[in-house]
Write a protein that binds this ligand. Structure first.
Ligand code: ADP
Ligand code: MG
Length: 415
């Protein structure tokens, strides 16, 4: 369906067109059909299907059609700072020509600016649970004034243990019939349904992929490889495939950093994104990757949650995910909005036992390719053929070229 077929305000239609959207995605068509009539909705749809614009367009429609007492009326709760920032970005793009005030309220940022902004009045408040509650406790954010609520990536909020904070927020809001509430999730699990039943009003449940998870647009391959050869294989593969950009997932920050070091010593421009990085650096790394200032990003699931990059060509499961649903979350970042992408998974002796469950979950086997000795040798030779930045900068890692490769040992878990 075209956005023009929805009875939206002409200024909102213009900003949607300016954003470059003409046809709704499936989830947008189904969601808007309910929410533009004022209904509460709990929406399940896989990553990359356009849920953000689905709720933002609803919000802008509401704000435009009811300009009374605008300030402090919309609250969007997101699990991570990065996701909140992404939602803010999309909201600002869609806000062009509309003139609402959009604000992002997450931890890791000083209180003063946030307090001042809230005092002046914010139409669309986007934030993470902890900081939102802090601001509410300090009396700066009046949750009683909220008329529209969005809970984004609900499954992730639960996974990250935010249920108690979320409940506290929900209890401080006006009762469900006095607000419009929307919940979005890649899966509508028991907890998501519980929230919808207890804290939302006559909720319409919208499920786009009820039983099977489809990641059809993505070209998936799997290599079986011992953990000690994974990094060399990946280097060899990158040398052969030369992806324009890639997001590489490891299960631990330790691996993320080790792998980044190895890539760097092979002359590849890479950064690691882990929960250890201070907030401002994480934002900078995300921005730079987004802007294409470096092509390869190595990240853990938590650090990369919600991150999406336009035109991401390849996703690598350097480690198969421990949580099988993350397989879909991870590879769903490529091949977004109709484009095709490539997903490479490395199954080793440590995480390989997840494979059967992943294949059951996606409903089919992942095609296997052979991890040839040539590819691995190629990767090994690359590491020392490039000038070692670590050695140049006097880092503890390298003492020059030609030293034997350190074995890639499994590390204890800590994501
Ligand atoms: P989700 O929240 O479902 O994971 P996002 O809201 O992050 O998905 O959207 C995924 C991508 O699709 C983004 O790059 C977004 O700009 C793009 N997108 C969303 N809606 C449309 C549309 N109607 N037409 C084209 N691209 C869209
Ligand atoms: Mg989303």
């Amino acid at each position: 369906m075209r956005f023009e077929e929805l009875s939206l305000d002409s200024r909102l239609l213009a900003s949607i067109a300016l954003r470059g959207y003409t046809e709704t995605t499936d989830v947008q068509a189904r969601t808007l059909a309910a929410t533009l009539r004022g209904r509460d909705a709990a929406v399940q749809s896989q990553t990359g299907t356009g849920k953000t614009a689905a709720f933002l367009i609803t919000i802008f429609d509401r704000l435009i059609n009811d300009p009374s007492g605008r300030s402090g009326r919309t609250l969007i709760v997101a699990p991570t700072r990065e996701l909140a920032i992404q939602i803010e970005g999309e909201a600002k793009l869609l806000n062009r020509g509309l003139g609402f005030v959009v604000g992002c309220f997450t931890g890791g940022v000083g209180y003063d600016g946030q307090r001042a902004l809230l005092k002046r009045g914010v139409d669309i408040i986007i934030g993470t649970p902890g900081r939102l509650l802090d601001l509410a406790d300090k009396g700066v954010l009046r949750l009683r004034d909220i008329r529209i609520l969005v809970i984004d990536e609900a499954d992730r909020l639960f996974d990250m243990g935010f249920m108690p904070e979320l409940r506290r927020i929900l209890r401080a809001l006006p009762p469900p019939p006095s607000r419009q509430s929307m919940l979005f999730s890649a899966t509508l699990n028991r907890l998501a349904r519980q929230i919808a039943v207890q804290h939302m009003n006559e909720t319409e449940f919208i499920e786009l992929t009820p039983d099977e998870v489809t990641v059809e647009a993505i070209d998936q391959v799997l290599y079986r490889v011992p953990s000690q050869s994974k990094a060399d294989l990946l280097l060899g593969l990158f040398h052969e495939l030369k992806p324009r950009n890639a997001l590489i997932f490891t299960n631990t920050k330790h691996y993320a950093e080790r792998l980044a070091g190895k890539f760097e010593r092979s002359g590849l421009h890479v950064r690691a994104l882990t929960g250890d990085l201070p907030q401002n650096l994480r934002m900078k790394v995300m921005d730079d990757f987004h802007a294409g200032r470096f092509p390869y990003l190595i990240a853990t699931d938590i650090a990369a949650r919600g991150l999406h990059i336009e035109g991401l060509e390849m996703v690598v499961n350097f480690d198969l995910p421990l949580d099988i649903e993350n397989y879909v979350h991870r590879i769903g970042r490529t091949g977004r909005a109709g484009r095709t992408g490539k997903a490479v998974s490395l199954a080793c002796e440590i995480y390989g036992d997840k494979l059967a469950a992943i294949e059951r979950f996606i409903g089919r086997p992942i095609p296997v390719q052979k991890a040839t000795a040539d590819l691995i040798a190629q990767g090994m030779s690359l590491e020392f053929s490039a000038p070692s930045r670590a050695a140049e900068s006097g880092g503890s890692r390298g003492k020059g070229q030609g030293r034997p490769s350190r074995p890639w040992r499994p590390a204890p878990h800590s994501a």
